[in-house]
Structure formats: structure tokens, C-alpha cells
Design a binder for this molecule. Structure first.
Ligand code: PXL
Length: 278
């Protein structure tokens, strides 16, 4: 069985970061080791939340693993709360990346044209340096815009615009860039990717569900990695991740107290598992 390590916070309620990554990657048949960067009572979109920083644990955890000879088939980075955590994540990659392993960076820090609470434009620039060390990155259009220092365009862009953003993202240094939340037609939304080695673009769209929920970026990234670890190609893994995210949103519409509480991905885990068997 493959083993990945994911570094991000644990928000106790709100279905994002580790409470999404762990169940999804496990259900898909890969061991998920974790480095929890902080414990929060909820994610930061709630009005109030408790916060316990775990930055000082990161180095001792990594040292123990190195001394024990523990290795990983992939390193998956998510929400990181500080410049120091980005630096330690770069060290994690330098220490544990091997020829055969994959580094997936989800620069989770913004959506809908806005940075999440507590982040700055300088932080987004710093995150772009972490992206340069990845094999694959999976920003949404807001995150990509902040990292590249270009204005965020909500709608009305064309394929050339997205292709240009993707190319600029790979120019940061990663092999493949995936942009989520891409929409060229009002009733469709999906992903577009660019592989800088082959020069090939790929896109996959589904029907737009006119509601948005917190944590869907984490559902997408976790599923994408889960599918890659099960040997799927990048294009196929993007389809699996997009479909599972859509099915999770569908399971939530009309059944959620508030968009902050995330999506009911748990209800569609059987669909995901059956898709992995095919
Ligand atoms: O899913 C993104 C995320 C993860 N972790 C924390 C967050 C957010 C988004 O707001 O606040 C703590």
C-alpha cells in the first residue's frame, strides 16, 4: 500500500483540511500520514475560533521519521498558517522527496477573489515559491491570481486567458498546474490543466451547481491525490476528483445548515470507492 504525508491544520469542525484529507485518502486505499500544523475549533471562516499553533512540533516529527527510515510516496501540502510553516514545508520536501515520489501543493489561502482571514499579498507571493518546488499544484483562480500578481477576473475570460495563467504557473517551476473553478459557459464549471513537459492542456467540465460550500478545494485535492496514488493518470485523476466534488456538493444542497459546514462527502464515499474499483 502506498503511503503519503499531508501537512495542514486540523480544523475540528467545518470539514476542511485534515478532516477531509484523512477520510478521503484512506477510503481510496492509501495510507495517510499527517503533520498537523495547528488545531482550530473551526476553520477561520467562522466568526470566532480557538487556535493552537503546532509549528514547533514539525521539526521533531520530521527528525523522528528520518531517524526511523520512514518514507512517503507523496507529499501533499494544504493550508499553511505562516511564513515559518511554508519554510518548514520546504524542508519537509527537501528531506523526504525521492525520485519516485510526488509533491502536490494546494496553495489553500483564498477564494472568490479574496484571501482567507489573516493572509496578505506577501504571503501569497511566498506561497508561489513553495509552488515552484512542487510536481503538481492545484490553485483556484483566486489563488493563482494572487500568486502571479494579476487582477482576479470572476467571469467573462476566455480559454486563452486560462491557458496563459496555467503557463505562467508552470513557469514558477512546477511540472503541471491545475486550475480549479474554471468556467467558460454559465452553466458549466470544471478544471483545466497544463503539463509543461508535454505542452498539453486538458480540461474537464461538469454542470454548475449554483451554490458554493467551504472545503471543496480540499475535497478536490485529496481525491485527486488519492486517484494518482492508485495509478490513475493525471487526466483521469482530475475527472475522478471533479466528479466526486460535484457529487459531494449535490449531496449537500438542501441539507446543509450553512455553507461554512462543508460538503456531505461522507454520503458519496461508496461512489468514490466503486469508482476506484473500475
Ligand atoms: O479549506 C481551507 C482552510 C483550511 N484550514 C483553515 C481554513 C481554511 C479556509 O478558510 O481557515 C484553518
Amino acid at each position: 500500500m502506498k503511503r503519503i504525508v499531508t501537512i495542514q491544520d486540523i480544523s475540528c469542525v467545518g470539514k476542511c483540511s485534515l478532516t477531509v484529507a484523512l477520510p478521503i485518502i484512506s477510503a481510496m486505499g492509501t495510507e495517510a500520514a499527517v503533520i498537523p500544523t495547528a488545531v482550530l475549533s473551526t476553520h477561520t471562516a467562522f466568526k470566532k475560533f480557538t487556535f493552537c499553533d503546532l509549528t514547533k512540533e514539525i521539526t521533531p516529527i520530521c527528525e523522528h521519521w528520518k531517524n526511523t527510515g520512514i518514507g512517503f510516496d507523496a507529499i501533499y501540502t494544504g493550508y499553511l498558517g505562516s511564513f515559518e510553516q511554508i519554510e518548514l514545508t520546504e524542508k519537509l520536501i527537501a528531506d523526504f522527496k525521492t525520485e519516485n515520489s510526488l509533491t502536490l501543493v494546494d496553495p489553500a489561502m483564498a477564494d472568490g477573489g479574496k484571501l482567507y482571514a489573516g493572509f496578505t499579498v506577501d504571503f501569497a507571493k511566498r506561497m508561489s515559491l513553495l509552488c515552484s518546488k512542487a510536481d503538481i499544484i492545484v490553485p483556484n483562480i483566486t489563488e493563482a491570481s494572487f500568486m502571479l500578481g494579476v487582477p482576479y477576473i470572476e467571469e467573462g475570460y476566455d480559454e486563452e486567458y486560462i491557458k496563459d495563467i496555467l503557463k505562467k504557473l508552470t513557469d514558477l517551476g512546477c511540472k503541471t498546474a491545475v486550475l480549479t473553478g474554471v468556467s467558460f459557459e454559465k452553466d458549466k464549471i470544471g478544471v483545466m490543466s497544463y503539463n509543461s513537459e508535454s505542452g498539453k492542456y486538458f480540461s474537464y467540465f461538469r454542470e454548475r451547481i449554483p451554490e458554493s460550500f467551504h472545503g471543496t478545494g480540499d475535497v478536490f485535492a485529496s481525491t485527486f491525490l488519492g486517484a494518482l496514488m492508485r495509478g490513475r493518470s493525471v487526466d483521469d485523476a482530475l475527472k475522478v476528483a471533479t466528479d466526486f466534488t460535484v457529487e459531494s456538493i449535490k449531496a449537500t444542497v438542501g441539507n446543509a445548515p450553512d455553507r461554512k459546514y462543508g460538503v456531505n462527502f461522507e454520503e458519496v464515499v461508496p461512489y468514490l470507492v466503486s469508482r476506484m474499483d473500475k
